[in-house]
Design a protein around this ligand. Structure first.
Ligand code: NAP
Length: 279
């Protein structure tokens, strides 16, 4: 039997996972916090079997990324109410009985946005109806924001809006004059902007306002067509990688059972992420 002896083991599991920034961010955090632990990226393709192997090998915690977040929810020994509502887990913690799951994506989005603006009572537009949109819309509702979901595929968008108690708008309606004045915060949660995706900004240039707070959850490339238009219009930009940062902070806090300080923790994680993004 293999057992770690000098350092606790943590990993991000996904497929593909080679470009994940989580290892640089988490290893810098462990170093700053003086926690004897190591965090690696593991490509996993047989989730159930591989989770058992990682449990037997002694891993203390796992970050779960695409395409395993939904399936992992069905495998874990227990999951909190929030993860069940979102329908996905992105964090696993070792317990004596097996893996316990949570979702920290919504915490990451809320904390990143909250640094720019209070969220309670705000009129928010969430673009997309996939996994990211679900976590973001859930978190914003929980914080008391008034959330509208817009999606290309009407049925999928309506389904998500209904499940969370949000309003729905077909994406095509956002190009109509006047719609922009309805929103104070806009969060882009579709996969548009990722390398290889169609060159569309989703909304017209005229949609953005200087009074808006805008976050594009796509953070690689650093500037997408969407976030560039928002920046040029003078909107306040929250970088999508701040969501990645804060979902990671929430993971660490759960694994280690303590708050991560700004100095000697979060600041160093942010620096590591930035180096990974521009390096
Ligand atoms: P997903 O479940 O596959 O959903 C994709 C969404 O994009 C759907 O709403 C889809 O609309 C929409 N879409 C795709 N192509 C489109 C197009 N050409 N025009 C309009 N809408 C289009 O993906 P996901 O897991 O939610 O991930 C979405 C993005 O979130 C990813 O790009 C990822 O980088 C980002 N993300 C970021 C973080 C972070 O920490 N910053 C965390 C998680 C995810 P239909 O329903 O019409 O197909």
């Amino acid at each position: 039997m293999i057992q770690p002896v000098q350092k606790s083991l943590f990993a991000v599991i996904g497929n593909p996972v080679g470009h994940s920034l989580s290892p640089v961010m988490m290893n810098r955090a462990f170093q700053s916090l003086q926690v004897p632990a190591v965090y690696v990226a593991l490509q996993v393709d047989r989730l159930e079997e591989d989770l058992e192997t990682l449990y037997r090998t002694g891993f203390e915690g796992l970050s779960v990324t695409l395409p395993h977040k939904e399936q992992a929810l069905g495998i874990v020994e227990e999951a909190d109410e929030t993860a069940r509502t979102i329908g996905a887990v992105n964090t696993l913690r070792r317990t004596p009985r097996g893996w316990e799951g949570r979702n920290t994506d919504w915490l990451g989005a809320n904390r990143a946005l909250r640094a720019a603006t209070p969220l309670e009572g705000k009129r928010v537009l969430v673009l997309g109806a996939g996994g990211a949109a679900k976590a973001v819309a859930f978190g914003l509702k929980k914080e008391g924001a008034r959330v509208t979901i817009a999606n290309r595929t009407v049925e999928r968008g309506e389904l998500l809006a209904r499940s969370l108690g949000c309003r729905f708008l077909p994406l095509s309606q956002l190009s109509r004059e006047g719609r922009e004045s309805e929103f104070e915060i806009v969060v882009q949660c579709t996969s548009v902007g990722l390398p290889g995706s169609p060159p569309t900004s989703l909304v017209p240039r005229s949609f953005f306002r200087p009074s808006m707070v805008v976050m594009d959850t796509v953070y690689r490339p650093l500037w997408t067509e969407f976030s560039s238009l928002a920046r040029d219009a003078g909107s306040r930009i929250v970088p999508g990688w701040e969501m990645l940062l804060y979902q990671g902070v929430a993971q660490l806090e759960w694994w280690l059972g303590r708050e991560i300080p700004e100095e000697g923790g979060i600041r160093e994680m942010r620096e590591a992420l930035w180096e990974g993004l521009v390096g």
